[in-house]
Design a protein around this ligand. Structure first.
Ligand code: CTP
Ligand code: MG
Length: 230
């Protein structure tokens, strides 16, 4: 079996409000995306495709992949204007593999255990999605911002990455979503659900496997990263 990770780092980080794209902000001396790459490098994946901005390809090659000698990064490819388009670019850069692990480069605290759990689920069920139970009650709201519905909290989980899929299947699902111009797909699992009407298998991620999205997340990440290095 062959496993390929697609690490996404082509976003603009608009909610972070910083000049430097958030995936390249320095945490304890290393760019944020370095941490996820390092964990995948140490994991059992065979190959890593790094997806980044057109203008960041050189920086990623020289200042990250070559500098830290990531052996498994086989290609660095330009992404698209939306996350799902970046994923699709990554999928198109993959050469014969059995499973793909799609991961947000903005999640530095993924662990080898989480990678293993998602892979095991994908082997057994065709997909494995890291997620955690919601801590807060979630409400659906209407256009006037009045409550519309409250899903039972014990059935609400927050989706993370890695999201692992059989390669041919997720590629086909993405092709359907792109050719039919289906909008508002916010994670890879939703692509499979929408395009192929299939369920995905949810496995335990970790509350530490946060996505660094806003400035306060960066403060938390600073604390976590110090623990990681000790
Ligand atoms: N991403 C990407 N290509 C895009 C948009 C996002 O590769 N066109 C990546 C980001 O770099 C990040 C991950 O997808 O690693 C999750 O996206 P998100 O947290 O939304 O990052 P941004 O889109 O960069 O941030 P924002 O939505 O605040 O602009
Ligand atoms: Mg975004």
């Amino acid at each position: 079996m062959k496993y390929t990770a697609i690490v996404l780092a082509a976003g603009k980080g608009s909610r972070m409000n910083s000049k430097i794209h958030k995936q390249f902000l320095e945490l304890e001396g290393f760019p944020l995306v370095y941490y996820a790459l390092r964990t995948f490098e140490r994991s059992r994946v065979d190959e890593i495709i790094l997806v980044t901005g057109e203008n960041e390809l050189d920086y990623c090659r020289t200042q990250i992949v070559e500098k830290y000698q990531f052996q498994k990064v086989s290609r660095i490819v330009p992404g698209g204007s939306e996350r799902y388009l970046s994923v699709y670019q990554g999928l198109c850069a993959v050469k014969d593999t059995d499973f793909v692990l799609i991961h947000d480069g903005a999640r530095p605290f993924v662990t080898e255990q989480i990678i293993e759990r998602t892979i095991q689920a994908a082997i057994a069920y065709g997909s494995g999605i890291a997620a955690v139970p919601a801590k807060d009650t979630v409400k659906l709201v209407d256009e006037q911002q009045f409550s519309a519905d409250t899903p039972p909290r014990d059935q609400v989980w927050m989706m993370q990455t890695p999201q692992v899929f059989a390669y041919e299947k997720i590629r086909k699902a993405y092709e359907i979503v792109i050719s039919q111009k289906i909008k508002n797909v916010t994670d890879d699992a939703m692509v499979l659900e929408t395009a192929l009407h299939e369920k995905v298998k949810i496995v335990e991620g970790s509350y530490r496997n946060m996505k660094v999205t806003t400035p306060e997340d960066l403060e938390v990440a600073e604390v976590f990263v110090k623990q990681l290095e000790n």
